[in-house]
Design a protein around this ligand. Structure first.
Ligand SMILES: Nc1ncnc2c1ncn2[C@@H]1O[C@H](COP(=O)(O)OP(=O)(O)OP(=O)(O)O)[C@@H](O)[C@H]1O
Length: 298
């Protein structure tokens, strides 16, 4: 469905997307994860055909998305920059949007509107940030677009609405499979609905893989500094932090055999799972030290 090959998009000297290669299969939900400024929005806009790449190649539905009628008529891009004429009410906007999407589900749009917005005559411009995101999501789901791009869709939503949103998204996706990409800073809330993850840092691809593999990818080792360091020799290290004088927590690639685990336990090393969220933070660490260093003036 989507293929990027050594894709680069520069704004002047800033390479927002840098030699990035990745692909997205049809009828999957992919999470595009990265920290602030990692290049998520830029990559999504390249996929949507809003920007022309500086170099590299991008194919969406087999075509260059820039100025492609096929891409624009099969895609919806939802973000917090959406705006409509002030005179339109929420139900007016849904009516207007329905004309652009051949697979628009009017019933779904009406039910979601009724559930989330007791007053459908309300004006979009008077909605709070979270309410706007909720309304945008109604458009995103009701469009049933073959490629649904949601750029940080839960901005401002409270946790109850976020739960409803993920539930509605997953239920509708299971009934009407399509290709979805959701961008986010964090994985923990979304990982149950995502099949694949694309993690980026400074515009570059860090990894692309199924979420289930990410859950198994790393392991935490905590114990006396010398022992953990010795045990970790030759292993791929993702993260290391020191507590007090003598305790180290290291996150390493999970290629430990059963024997390795037994040896670690005998050595007094606590072996633990690493959450996908923490792992993404470690993998996109800027190596500037932590916030504690800033606060202590180091
Ligand atoms: N129009 C622009 N002109 C110049 N630089 C830009 C422009 N848009 C984005 N950038 C820069 O490109 C880089 C990537 O920005 P982008 O918005 O794609 O990141 P992001 O991952 O979506 O960030 P966030 O999570 O904070 O929304 C940043 O360094 C940003 O400052």
């Amino acid at each position: 469905m989507i293929e990027c090959i050594e894709l680069t998009k520069a704004y002047g000297h800033v390479k927002a997307v840098d030699q990035l290669s990745m692909h997205v299969e049809e009828n999957t939900i992919t999470g595009l994860i990265g920290r602030n400024g990692a290049g998520k929005t830029t990559l999504l806009k390249l996929i949507a055909g809003y920007y022309h790449p500086t170099s590299g190649e991008i194919r969406v539905f087999g075509e260059n998305p820039f100025n492609s009628l096929k891409v624009s008529s099969n895609l919806i891009f939802i973000d917090d920059q959406m705006s409509w004429p002030v005179s339109l009410s929420l139900e007016d906007i849904l009516k207007a949007e329905s004309k652009f999407y051949p697979d628009w589900d009017r019933g779904l749009a009406e039910r979601l509107l009724e559930y989330f917005f007791p007053n459908p005559k309300q004006n979009y411009h008077k909605l709070s940030k979270g309410m706007r995101s909720t309304f945008n999501m109604i458009i995103g789901l009701s469009s049933r677009a073959a490629l649904t791009i949601l750029d940080e869709p839960t901005t401002g939503m409270d946790s109850a609405v976020r739960k409803d949103f993920y539930r509605a998204l997953l239920k509708d996706y299971l009934q009407f499979p399509r290709t979805m990409i959701l961008s986010s800073h964090l994985l923990n809330e979304t990982e149950d609905i995502l099949e694949n993850i694309v993690l980026i840092k400074n515009g570059e691809l860090v990894l692309q893989q199924p979420v289930d593999d990410l859950k198994e990818m790393a392991v935490g080792l905590q114990g006396k500094a010398e022992i953990v360091t010795d045990f970790g020799q030759g292993r791929t290290l993702y993260h290391r932090e020191t507590f007090g004088n003598d305790t180290v927590y290291a996150v390493v690639k999970n290629d430990l055999s059963e024997d390795d685990r037994h040896r670690a336990i005998k050595l007094g090393i606590a072996v633990s799972a690493v959450s996908t969220d923490d792992l993404c933070i470690y993998l996109t660490d800027q190596k500037k030290g932590g916030i504690d260093d800033v606060l202590s003036g180091n």
